[in-house]
Structures are given as C-alpha cells and as structure tokens.
Ligand binder design. Structure first.
Ligand SMILES: C[S@@+](CC[C@H](N)C(=O)[O-])C[C@H]1O[C@@H](n2cnc3c(N)ncnc32)[C@H](O)[C@@H]1O
Length: 323
C-alpha cells in the first residue's frame, strides 16, 4: 500500500453527504456470491454499502441482506444508500464476530452468502478526525467504533517499548520497528496523527523505501492492533461458516498478508476431512470437511481497476462454499 492509498485527503461536512468509497473487486464479489431472489445475505463489513447495493440489486425482487458495521458514520451513509430497498435490508451497528447472535435475534436461521471486505474504507481515511491518516492532523484515534474501546493513542502511550516494537514489526512488517518504538517512548505522550508521523519520519533512515511514506506501516500496525483485526477474523470465521446454508458461499477480501494467511489456512483446514499431523499414521482428529475452496489462488484486481482505484492493488479475495 502506498501513501496515496493510505494517507487520504480531507473532506468536510456530514458523512451522510458523502458517497465516496469505491467497492473493490465489485463484479468478482457478485460473481462469487451469485445472489438470487428469495435468498439471504450477510455483509459483515457494510461500509458505504457499495457491495451491499450490488447484492440487493442482483437478488431483486426478494433477496434480503443483513448489513453490519462498527462505524456509526459508515452506517449513516449505508442507511441512506440502501433506503430504496426498504424491508429487504436490516442494518445494525455490530462486529461481524457477533453475526450469529444477530441473525438469531432477527429470526434468520442461516444465510446463503457472506461477504467480509476487511480493513478500512476511504471515508475513514479521509476524515482526519478519525485519526487514520498520517497526512492530515487529527486525534490519534483509529477505532472503527470511536465510541468504545482503547484508541491508538491509548496504545502508544501505554505499551512498553518492546511490545510496541513487536506490534509495529508484526502487524506493519516494519523493519525499523525498534527505532520507531524507541522514538515513540521518548516523545510520549503522543496525541495527534501528525505528531506521530513526524517522529516516525525522523526515526527512520533517510534511505527509507521511496515508494511509501515512512509512517504507512506503523499506522497500519496500530490500526490493526487498536481494532484487534487479526484476532477478530480468526475467531469469527468458524462462527460465520456455521451461519451458512448448504451450498452457501463466503467471500473474504483482505488487504494484509497476515489477514489473508488466516483466511487461507482456515479455508484449507475446513476443506479437509482429517487435520491430524502428516506424520501420524492413523487419524484421531475426527474432523470432517465443511467447506469446498472455490479459489485455489486469491482473486486479485485487474490492472484497469487498480488504475482507477489504487486501494484495490493489495486486495485478495478468497471464496469457499459450504458443503
Ligand atoms: C473496506 S470497508 C467496506 C466497504 C464496503 N464493502 C463497501 O462496498 O462500501 C470495511 C468496513 O468494515 C468495517 N469493519 C471493520 N472491522 C469490522 C468488524 N469487526 N465488524 C464490522 N465492521 C467492521 C469498517 O468500519 C469499514 O467500514
């Protein structure tokens, strides 16, 4: 991801006036889920509802969709955009990890398709007050739901140097993680995005990768840690698969190699009858396959899409079908 993809610009006004986020792999998602009238869908990361709108149009006149997002601003946009679909849509502010209980609550037993389009939306990056952008100044927040939990500032101001360096190294794949952590500790308290970005710029060597802003990887790492993104996807996948009907499909778009690895390994494991270690002569696990993987390799954006939407460059979509 380069600076333009992650740094964002500034927009003013009400999030409800803003229809900005370009859904990635839009046609590929529709091809994967093949929406049909009379069927039910879950969009666990509704965002600006670009994919959701596509699913509802393709499943007219009787397809229905439950849309979840943690971000109240995204939900404002999504509600407005999906108004035309009336009672074919239910929208809730919730994490996709709680999808099973929400489905139960609204009386939908199972769904025929699930979409997770992970990570961050352009609207979030484009609003400096959300604290995701290192190019614009704002409070160092980065929470998908700014009404609850610890902000990125809470993290950087409380973690010890070694843990902070580990977070930046593991989630950001940042080779200068130790230098950056040291600089952060020395400058605490850190309260704003530009304060953090400025000290990262000074902490890394001048010859830092010229293709990306030196703060890109650290900001990504802090966002992932703040929102416990890897933990969430790892814990949610088994629960989500239980919510799928036989023949139902799950499509997951990830933007980070660790995230993609979690999805890939989960799909692989759940498509096998036995998951005993290979050196074990007799199966003792009793595991049975519940998924068929439909994408041997992840689906990537075409050059044409990358040209108009640089964010799609790092997107990888994996799709599996419930047996
Ligand atoms: C890439 S955007 C989705 C864009 C959407 N597909 C569209 O077409 O506009 C990702 C969204 O997922 C939301 N999100 C991230 N983690 C989430 C979680 N655990 N539960 C629900 N929503 C989450 C973010 O707030 C963000 O709005």
């Amino acid at each position: 991801m380069n600076a333009a993809e992650h740094g964002g610009g500034s927009i003013a006004g009400d999030p409800g006036d803003y229809f900005p986020h370009q859904p990635v792999l839009y046609q590929e998602v529709l091809d994967a889920l093949a929406p049909e009238s009379g069927k039910s869908y879950l969009d666990g990361t509704l965002g600006a509802a670009g994919h959701a709108e596509g699913i509802l149009n393709a499943s007219a006149p009787r397809g229905r969709l439950l849309g979840l997002d943690l971000d109240p601003e995204a939900l404002t946009i999504a509600r407005q955009r999906l108004l035309v679909f009336q009672d074919r849509v239910i929208i809730r502010q919730a994490s996709y990890r709680n999808a099973a209980s929400i489905l139960q609550e609204i009386g939908w037993d199972q769904v025929d398709g699930i979409l997770l389009d992970l990570g961050i939306s352009s609207m979030q990056v484009d609003r400096p007050e959300r604290g995701f952008s290192f190019l614009e100044n704002g409070p160092l927040d980065m929470r998908f739901n700014p009404e609850t939990g610890q902000s990125a500032a809470d993290l950087v101001n409380s973690l010890d140097e070694e843990t902070l360096a580990d977070v930046i190294y593991q989630f950001g794949e940042e080779r200068y993680s130790r230098r950056i952590a040291r600089a952060i500790i020395a400058a605490r308290p850190i309260t704003t995005t530009r304060q953090l970005a400025g000290l990262i710029e000074k902490a890394v060597p001048k010859k830092y990768d010229p293709h990306i802003h030196p703060a890109t990887r650290t900001f990504q790492a802090l966002r992932i840690a703040t929102n416990r993104e890897l933990e969430t996807i790892g814990e949610a996948l088994p629960e989500l698969v239980k919510c799928l009907t036989e023949g139902g499909r799950i499509a997951v778009i990830s933007f980070h190699s660790l995230e993609d690895r979690i999805v890939k390994q989960f799909f692989r494991q759940e498509s096998q009858d036995c998951i005993c270690p290979p050196e074990q002569p007799v199966c003792t696990c009793g595991h049975t396959a519940v998924l068929k993987v439909l994408t041997r390799k992840p689906v990537r954006a075409a050059e044409q899409e990358i040209k108009v939407n640089p964010r799609s460059r790092s997107a990888k979509m994996r799709v599996a079908e419930k047996l």
